[in-house]
Design a protein around this ligand. Sequence first.
Ligand code: ATP
Length: 382
Amino acid sequence: MQEGRKPEPAVVEPWKDPGAVPYIRIQEVTKKFGDFTAVNNVSLNVYKQELFCLLGGSGCGKSTLLRMLAGFEEPTSGKIFIDGQDMAGIPPYSRPVNMMFQSYALFPHMTVQDNIAFGLKQDHKPKREILDRVASMLELVKLSSFAKRKPHQLSGGQRQRVALARSLVKEPKLLLLDEPLGALDRKLRESTQFELMNIQDKLGVTFMVVTHDQEEAMTLASRIGVMNLGQIVQVGTPSEIYEFPTSRFVADFIGTVNMFEGRIIDEDNDYVRIASEEAGCTIFINHGVAAPPNAHLCVAVRPEKITITHEPPVQIGENCAHGIIDGIAYMGDMSVFNVKLDSGKMVKVTRPNLIRHAEDAITWDQRVWLQWDPASGVVLTT
Ligand code: ATP
Protein backbone atom coordinates (compact mmCIF):
# COMPACT_ATOMS: atom_id res chain seq x y z
CA MET A 1 0.00 0.00 0.00
CA GLN A 2 1.38 3.39 -0.90
CA GLU A 3 0.75 6.98 -0.10
CA GLY A 4 0.00 9.25 -3.02
CA ARG A 5 0.69 12.58 -1.32
CA LYS A 6 4.00 14.39 -1.59
CA PRO A 7 5.86 14.28 1.73
CA GLU A 8 4.59 17.40 3.40
CA PRO A 9 7.06 19.94 4.79
CA ALA A 10 6.82 20.25 8.57
CA VAL A 11 4.96 23.58 8.43
CA VAL A 12 2.12 21.99 6.50
CA GLU A 13 1.25 19.73 9.42
CA PRO A 14 -0.79 22.15 11.53
CA TRP A 15 -2.05 19.36 13.78
CA LYS A 16 1.49 19.20 15.18
CA ASP A 17 1.45 22.91 16.01
CA PRO A 18 -0.20 23.49 19.40
CA GLY A 19 -0.84 27.14 18.41
CA ALA A 20 -2.63 26.32 15.12
CA VAL A 21 -6.34 27.20 15.03
CA PRO A 22 -8.54 24.43 13.63
CA TYR A 23 -10.82 25.32 10.73
CA ILE A 24 -13.41 22.73 11.78
CA ARG A 25 -13.88 22.05 15.47
CA ILE A 26 -16.20 19.17 16.37
CA GLN A 27 -16.74 19.07 20.11
CA GLU A 28 -18.29 16.06 21.83
CA VAL A 29 -20.90 15.66 19.11
CA THR A 30 -23.54 12.96 19.47
CA LYS A 31 -26.37 12.23 17.04
CA LYS A 32 -29.24 9.98 18.01
CA PHE A 33 -32.07 8.76 15.81
CA GLY A 34 -34.65 7.71 18.39
CA ASP A 35 -32.85 5.26 20.70
CA PHE A 36 -30.10 4.62 18.17
CA THR A 37 -26.80 6.47 18.54
CA ALA A 38 -25.34 7.01 15.05
CA VAL A 39 -22.51 9.33 16.14
CA ASN A 40 -21.22 8.89 19.66
CA ASN A 41 -19.37 11.72 21.42
CA VAL A 42 -17.01 12.61 18.55
CA SER A 43 -14.39 15.33 18.99
CA LEU A 44 -12.17 16.24 16.05
CA ASN A 45 -10.15 19.17 14.75
CA VAL A 46 -9.53 19.64 11.03
CA TYR A 47 -7.23 22.35 9.70
CA LYS A 48 -7.39 24.64 6.69
CA GLN A 49 -6.37 23.03 3.38
CA GLU A 50 -6.44 19.52 4.76
CA LEU A 51 -7.90 16.68 2.78
CA PHE A 52 -9.32 14.79 5.70
CA CYS A 53 -10.83 11.33 5.13
CA LEU A 54 -13.46 9.82 7.41
CA LEU A 55 -12.96 6.10 6.91
CA GLY A 56 -15.12 3.30 8.24
CA GLY A 57 -17.37 0.38 7.41
CA SER A 58 -21.00 0.64 6.40
CA GLY A 59 -23.23 2.20 9.07
CA CYS A 60 -20.41 3.49 11.30
CA GLY A 61 -21.81 7.04 11.22
CA LYS A 62 -19.45 8.79 8.80
CA SER A 63 -22.16 10.20 6.49
CA THR A 64 -24.17 11.37 9.49
CA LEU A 65 -21.14 13.29 10.74
CA LEU A 66 -20.65 14.84 7.29
CA ARG A 67 -24.34 15.76 7.08
CA MET A 68 -24.07 17.54 10.43
CA LEU A 69 -21.18 19.61 9.06
CA ALA A 70 -23.28 20.47 6.00
CA GLY A 71 -26.26 21.41 8.19
CA PHE A 72 -28.62 18.69 6.92
CA GLU A 73 -28.74 17.19 10.43
CA GLU A 74 -28.45 18.92 13.81
CA PRO A 75 -26.36 17.28 16.57
CA THR A 76 -28.37 15.87 19.47
CA SER A 77 -25.63 17.24 21.72
CA GLY A 78 -22.21 18.84 21.27
CA LYS A 79 -21.02 21.69 19.09
CA ILE A 80 -19.62 22.24 15.62
CA PHE A 81 -17.57 25.31 14.76
CA ILE A 82 -16.50 26.17 11.21
CA ASP A 83 -14.00 29.00 10.84
CA GLY A 84 -14.64 29.97 14.45
CA GLN A 85 -18.42 30.27 14.02
CA ASP A 86 -20.84 28.10 16.00
CA MET A 87 -22.99 26.27 13.44
CA ALA A 88 -25.95 25.64 15.77
CA GLY A 89 -29.13 26.67 13.98
CA ILE A 90 -27.28 27.85 10.82
CA PRO A 91 -29.03 26.43 7.71
CA PRO A 92 -27.01 24.64 5.00
CA TYR A 93 -27.17 27.52 2.52
CA SER A 94 -25.68 29.97 5.04
CA ARG A 95 -22.64 27.79 5.82
CA PRO A 96 -19.28 28.29 4.05
CA VAL A 97 -19.70 24.72 2.87
CA ASN A 98 -20.69 22.80 -0.22
CA MET A 99 -21.44 19.11 -0.42
CA MET A 100 -20.88 16.75 -3.32
CA PHE A 101 -23.19 13.78 -3.17
CA GLN A 102 -22.48 10.18 -4.09
CA SER A 103 -25.02 10.31 -6.95
CA TYR A 104 -23.48 13.57 -8.31
CA ALA A 105 -27.11 14.83 -8.75
CA LEU A 106 -26.48 16.54 -12.11
CA PHE A 107 -29.45 18.07 -13.95
CA PRO A 108 -29.97 15.70 -16.92
CA HIS A 109 -31.56 18.27 -19.24
CA MET A 110 -28.79 20.85 -18.79
CA THR A 111 -25.44 21.00 -20.54
CA VAL A 112 -22.21 20.55 -18.60
CA GLN A 113 -21.70 24.31 -18.73
CA ASP A 114 -25.20 25.07 -17.42
CA ASN A 115 -24.89 22.47 -14.68
CA ILE A 116 -21.74 24.20 -13.44
CA ALA A 117 -23.25 27.70 -13.83
CA PHE A 118 -26.48 26.82 -11.99
CA GLY A 119 -25.52 27.99 -8.49
CA LEU A 120 -23.99 31.22 -9.75
CA LYS A 121 -27.13 32.04 -11.76
CA GLN A 122 -29.26 31.44 -8.69
CA ASP A 123 -27.08 33.93 -6.83
CA HIS A 124 -27.70 36.45 -9.67
CA LYS A 125 -24.01 36.88 -10.41
CA PRO A 126 -23.18 39.08 -13.44
CA LYS A 127 -23.21 37.20 -16.75
CA ARG A 128 -19.56 37.96 -17.53
CA GLU A 129 -18.43 36.67 -14.14
CA ILE A 130 -20.47 33.47 -14.56
CA LEU A 131 -18.91 32.82 -17.98
CA ASP A 132 -15.39 33.41 -16.67
CA ARG A 133 -15.79 31.28 -13.58
CA VAL A 134 -17.42 28.39 -15.45
CA ALA A 135 -14.66 28.51 -18.08
CA SER A 136 -11.93 28.35 -15.47
CA MET A 137 -13.68 25.44 -13.70
CA LEU A 138 -14.02 23.57 -17.01
CA GLU A 139 -10.31 24.05 -17.56
CA LEU A 140 -9.50 22.90 -14.04
CA VAL A 141 -11.40 19.62 -14.45
CA LYS A 142 -10.19 19.25 -18.07
CA LEU A 143 -13.65 19.35 -19.63
CA SER A 144 -13.48 22.55 -21.72
CA SER A 145 -14.25 20.63 -24.91
CA PHE A 146 -17.29 18.95 -23.30
CA ALA A 147 -19.06 22.17 -22.24
CA LYS A 148 -22.05 21.69 -24.55
CA ARG A 149 -22.67 18.03 -23.79
CA LYS A 150 -25.45 16.72 -21.57
CA PRO A 151 -24.64 14.41 -18.61
CA HIS A 152 -25.83 11.24 -20.45
CA GLN A 153 -23.18 11.93 -23.13
CA LEU A 154 -20.38 11.67 -20.56
CA SER A 155 -18.50 8.81 -18.92
CA GLY A 156 -18.81 8.19 -15.18
CA GLY A 157 -15.46 9.85 -14.52
CA GLN A 158 -16.40 12.91 -16.58
CA ARG A 159 -19.73 13.23 -14.73
CA GLN A 160 -17.82 13.06 -11.47
CA ARG A 161 -15.63 15.95 -12.64
CA VAL A 162 -18.68 18.03 -13.63
CA ALA A 163 -20.12 17.48 -10.16
CA LEU A 164 -16.79 18.50 -8.65
CA ALA A 165 -16.64 21.65 -10.79
CA ARG A 166 -20.21 22.51 -9.80
CA SER A 167 -19.36 22.11 -6.11
CA LEU A 168 -16.25 24.26 -6.43
CA VAL A 169 -17.48 27.07 -8.66
CA LYS A 170 -19.00 28.98 -5.74
CA GLU A 171 -15.61 28.85 -4.03
CA PRO A 172 -16.68 27.17 -0.79
CA LYS A 173 -14.09 27.22 1.97
CA LEU A 174 -15.02 23.66 2.83
CA LEU A 175 -16.07 20.95 0.42
CA LEU A 176 -17.71 17.82 1.79
CA LEU A 177 -17.56 14.76 -0.45
CA ASP A 178 -19.57 11.62 0.31
CA GLU A 179 -17.97 8.61 -1.43
CA PRO A 180 -16.96 10.87 -4.35
CA LEU A 181 -15.46 8.08 -6.43
CA GLY A 182 -17.92 5.33 -5.50
CA ALA A 183 -19.43 5.05 -8.99
CA LEU A 184 -16.13 4.69 -10.85
CA ASP A 185 -14.34 1.52 -11.83
CA ARG A 186 -10.97 0.76 -10.29
CA LYS A 187 -8.69 2.24 -12.97
CA LEU A 188 -10.73 5.41 -13.28
CA ARG A 189 -10.87 5.73 -9.50
CA GLU A 190 -7.09 5.66 -9.32
CA SER A 191 -6.56 8.38 -11.93
CA THR A 192 -9.41 10.48 -10.53
CA GLN A 193 -7.94 10.24 -7.03
CA PHE A 194 -4.81 11.96 -8.28
CA GLU A 195 -6.84 14.61 -10.13
CA LEU A 196 -8.83 15.30 -6.99
CA MET A 197 -5.61 15.78 -5.03
CA ASN A 198 -4.18 18.12 -7.68
CA ILE A 199 -7.33 20.22 -7.75
CA GLN A 200 -7.40 20.42 -3.98
CA ASP A 201 -3.73 21.45 -3.93
CA LYS A 202 -4.34 24.14 -6.57
CA LEU A 203 -7.40 25.68 -4.92
CA GLY A 204 -6.37 25.29 -1.29
CA VAL A 205 -9.96 24.39 -0.30
CA THR A 206 -10.40 22.22 2.79
CA PHE A 207 -11.81 18.82 1.76
CA MET A 208 -13.59 16.39 4.03
CA VAL A 209 -14.12 13.07 2.28
CA VAL A 210 -16.19 10.13 3.46
CA THR A 211 -15.12 6.75 2.18
CA HIS A 212 -15.27 3.10 3.14
CA ASP A 213 -12.34 2.35 0.81
CA GLN A 214 -9.11 2.23 2.77
CA GLU A 215 -6.85 2.42 -0.27
CA GLU A 216 -8.66 5.56 -1.37
CA ALA A 217 -8.20 7.12 2.07
CA MET A 218 -4.52 6.14 2.13
CA THR A 219 -3.95 7.76 -1.28
CA LEU A 220 -5.96 10.93 -0.80
CA ALA A 221 -5.72 11.96 2.79
CA SER A 222 -3.53 14.37 4.67
CA ARG A 223 -5.02 12.62 7.70
CA ILE A 224 -7.53 9.86 8.25
CA GLY A 225 -10.11 9.50 11.01
CA VAL A 226 -11.05 5.84 11.38
CA MET A 227 -14.64 5.38 12.58
CA ASN A 228 -16.30 2.41 14.26
CA LEU A 229 -19.74 2.22 15.86
CA GLY A 230 -20.25 5.98 15.81
CA GLN A 231 -16.87 6.82 17.31
CA ILE A 232 -13.57 8.02 15.88
CA VAL A 233 -11.16 5.35 17.08
CA GLN A 234 -7.92 6.78 15.65
CA VAL A 235 -6.78 9.90 13.83
CA GLY A 236 -3.45 10.06 12.02
CA THR A 237 -1.60 10.43 8.73
CA PRO A 238 -1.94 7.44 6.40
CA SER A 239 1.46 6.09 7.44
CA GLU A 240 0.73 6.54 11.17
CA ILE A 241 -2.54 4.68 10.80
CA TYR A 242 -0.89 1.86 8.83
CA GLU A 243 2.37 1.53 10.76
CA PHE A 244 1.18 2.44 14.24
CA PRO A 245 -2.40 1.30 14.71
CA THR A 246 -3.50 1.75 18.31
CA SER A 247 -6.12 -0.99 18.44
CA ARG A 248 -6.85 -4.39 16.97
CA PHE A 249 -9.79 -2.89 15.14
CA VAL A 250 -7.66 -0.34 13.25
CA ALA A 251 -4.82 -2.82 12.58
CA ASP A 252 -7.31 -5.25 11.12
CA PHE A 253 -9.38 -2.68 9.22
CA ILE A 254 -6.44 -1.04 7.42
CA GLY A 255 -4.60 -3.46 5.18
CA THR A 256 -3.83 -7.04 6.05
CA VAL A 257 -2.22 -8.00 9.32
CA ASN A 258 -1.12 -11.07 11.27
CA MET A 259 -2.06 -10.99 14.95
CA PHE A 260 -0.25 -13.17 17.46
CA GLU A 261 -1.70 -13.56 20.95
CA GLY A 262 0.91 -13.71 23.71
CA ARG A 263 2.03 -12.87 27.24
CA ILE A 264 4.78 -10.51 28.44
CA ILE A 265 7.65 -12.50 29.95
CA ASP A 266 10.37 -9.83 30.14
CA GLU A 267 10.34 -6.07 29.70
CA ASP A 268 12.15 -2.81 30.27
CA ASN A 269 11.82 0.78 29.07
CA ASP A 270 13.24 -0.03 25.66
CA TYR A 271 12.16 -3.58 24.90
CA VAL A 272 9.59 -6.25 25.59
CA ARG A 273 9.60 -10.04 25.15
CA ILE A 274 6.33 -11.81 24.54
CA ALA A 275 5.86 -15.58 24.66
CA SER A 276 3.45 -16.56 21.93
CA GLU A 277 2.27 -20.14 21.52
CA GLU A 278 0.49 -19.10 18.34
CA ALA A 279 3.71 -17.82 16.76
CA GLY A 280 5.68 -20.77 18.17
CA CYS A 281 8.45 -18.43 19.32
CA THR A 282 9.26 -15.54 21.60
CA ILE A 283 8.51 -12.18 20.02
CA PHE A 284 11.03 -9.43 20.75
CA ILE A 285 10.00 -5.81 20.25
CA ASN A 286 12.54 -3.01 20.47
CA HIS A 287 10.45 -0.54 22.46
CA GLY A 288 8.72 -0.56 25.80
CA VAL A 289 4.97 -0.93 26.20
CA ALA A 290 2.53 0.44 28.74
CA ALA A 291 1.25 -2.88 30.05
CA PRO A 292 1.71 -4.72 33.35
CA PRO A 293 4.14 -7.69 33.60
CA ASN A 294 2.51 -10.92 32.51
CA ALA A 295 -0.15 -8.98 30.60
CA HIS A 296 -1.87 -10.83 27.79
CA LEU A 297 -1.78 -8.86 24.57
CA CYS A 298 -1.47 -9.14 20.87
CA VAL A 299 1.35 -8.41 18.42
CA ALA A 300 0.47 -7.27 14.91
CA VAL A 301 2.92 -7.92 12.07
CA ARG A 302 2.18 -6.85 8.48
CA PRO A 303 2.67 -9.52 5.77
CA GLU A 304 5.29 -7.47 3.90
CA LYS A 305 7.41 -7.15 7.05
CA ILE A 306 7.98 -10.92 7.21
CA THR A 307 10.71 -12.60 5.19
CA ILE A 308 10.17 -16.14 4.01
CA THR A 309 12.97 -18.60 3.22
CA HIS A 310 13.50 -22.31 2.59
CA GLU A 311 16.63 -22.35 4.68
CA PRO A 312 16.54 -21.97 8.46
CA PRO A 313 18.15 -18.72 9.61
CA VAL A 314 21.70 -18.87 10.99
CA GLN A 315 20.36 -18.12 14.44
CA ILE A 316 17.02 -19.67 15.24
CA GLY A 317 15.39 -17.79 18.07
CA GLU A 318 13.22 -14.76 18.61
CA ASN A 319 10.89 -13.49 15.87
CA CYS A 320 11.44 -16.69 13.96
CA ALA A 321 8.57 -19.05 13.15
CA HIS A 322 8.27 -22.01 10.86
CA GLY A 323 5.47 -23.73 9.05
CA ILE A 324 4.17 -25.24 5.83
CA ILE A 325 2.99 -23.43 2.70
CA ASP A 326 -0.77 -23.90 2.65
CA GLY A 327 -1.66 -21.56 -0.20
CA ILE A 328 -0.14 -19.20 -2.74
CA ALA A 329 -1.79 -16.33 -4.58
CA TYR A 330 0.15 -14.95 -7.54
CA MET A 331 -0.74 -11.27 -7.91
CA GLY A 332 1.71 -10.30 -10.67
CA ASP A 333 3.84 -7.77 -8.83
CA MET A 334 3.91 -9.87 -5.69
CA SER A 335 2.92 -13.25 -4.30
CA VAL A 336 0.93 -13.87 -1.15
CA PHE A 337 1.85 -16.98 0.84
CA ASN A 338 -0.44 -18.57 3.42
CA VAL A 339 1.78 -20.36 5.91
CA LYS A 340 0.38 -22.79 8.45
CA LEU A 341 2.49 -22.69 11.61
CA ASP A 342 2.88 -25.75 13.85
CA SER A 343 0.36 -24.20 16.26
CA GLY A 344 -2.20 -24.24 13.46
CA LYS A 345 -2.10 -20.46 13.15
CA MET A 346 -2.30 -19.22 9.55
CA VAL A 347 0.11 -16.42 8.66
CA LYS A 348 0.10 -14.28 5.53
CA VAL A 349 3.43 -13.25 4.00
CA THR A 350 3.88 -11.15 0.87
CA ARG A 351 6.95 -11.13 -1.31
CA PRO A 352 7.61 -8.89 -4.33
CA ASN A 353 8.20 -10.84 -7.55
CA LEU A 354 11.48 -9.14 -8.40
CA ILE A 355 12.76 -11.82 -10.77
CA ARG A 356 10.79 -13.86 -13.26
CA HIS A 357 10.98 -17.63 -12.57
CA ALA A 358 13.02 -17.05 -9.40
CA GLU A 359 15.14 -20.11 -8.66
CA ASP A 360 14.19 -20.18 -5.01
CA ALA A 361 10.51 -20.32 -5.98
CA ILE A 362 8.47 -21.36 -2.98
CA THR A 363 5.72 -23.86 -3.65
CA TRP A 364 2.88 -25.68 -1.93
CA ASP A 365 3.53 -27.97 1.06
CA GLN A 366 7.13 -26.86 1.49
CA ARG A 367 8.47 -26.16 4.98
CA VAL A 368 9.53 -22.54 5.29
CA TRP A 369 11.00 -20.16 7.85
CA LEU A 370 9.56 -16.79 8.70
CA GLN A 371 11.42 -13.92 10.32
CA TRP A 372 10.75 -10.30 11.16
CA ASP A 373 12.60 -7.37 12.61
CA PRO A 374 12.14 -6.29 16.27
CA ALA A 375 10.89 -2.92 14.93
CA SER A 376 8.16 -4.53 12.82
CA GLY A 377 5.80 -5.81 15.50
CA VAL A 378 3.14 -3.49 16.94
CA VAL A 379 1.89 -4.32 20.43
CA LEU A 380 -1.85 -3.90 20.81
CA THR A 381 -3.45 -3.98 24.23
CA THR A 382 -7.00 -3.04 23.19
P1 ATP B 1 -22.51 3.84 4.60
O1 ATP B 1 -21.07 3.72 4.21
O2 ATP B 1 -23.26 2.54 4.50
O3 ATP B 1 -23.22 4.99 3.94
P2 ATP B 1 -22.21 5.42 7.06
O4 ATP B 1 -21.06 5.16 7.93
O5 ATP B 1 -22.18 6.61 6.20
O6 ATP B 1 -22.53 4.12 6.20
P3 ATP B 1 -24.54 6.62 8.25
O7 ATP B 1 -25.31 6.92 7.01
O8 ATP B 1 -23.88 7.74 8.95
O9 ATP B 1 -23.49 5.46 8.01
O10 ATP B 1 -25.53 5.89 9.27
C1 ATP B 1 -25.12 5.50 10.56
C2 ATP B 1 -26.23 4.73 11.22
O11 ATP B 1 -27.32 5.62 11.48
C3 ATP B 1 -26.79 3.60 10.37
O12 ATP B 1 -27.04 2.48 11.21
C4 ATP B 1 -28.08 4.18 9.81
O13 ATP B 1 -29.04 3.15 9.61
C5 ATP B 1 -28.51 5.13 10.91
N1 ATP B 1 -29.25 6.27 10.36
C6 ATP B 1 -28.77 7.19 9.48
N2 ATP B 1 -29.72 8.12 9.19
C7 ATP B 1 -30.82 7.77 9.90
C8 ATP B 1 -32.15 8.32 10.03
N3 ATP B 1 -32.50 9.43 9.39
N4 ATP B 1 -32.99 7.68 10.87
C9 ATP B 1 -32.64 6.56 11.53
N5 ATP B 1 -31.42 5.98 11.46
C10 ATP B 1 -30.51 6.58 10.64
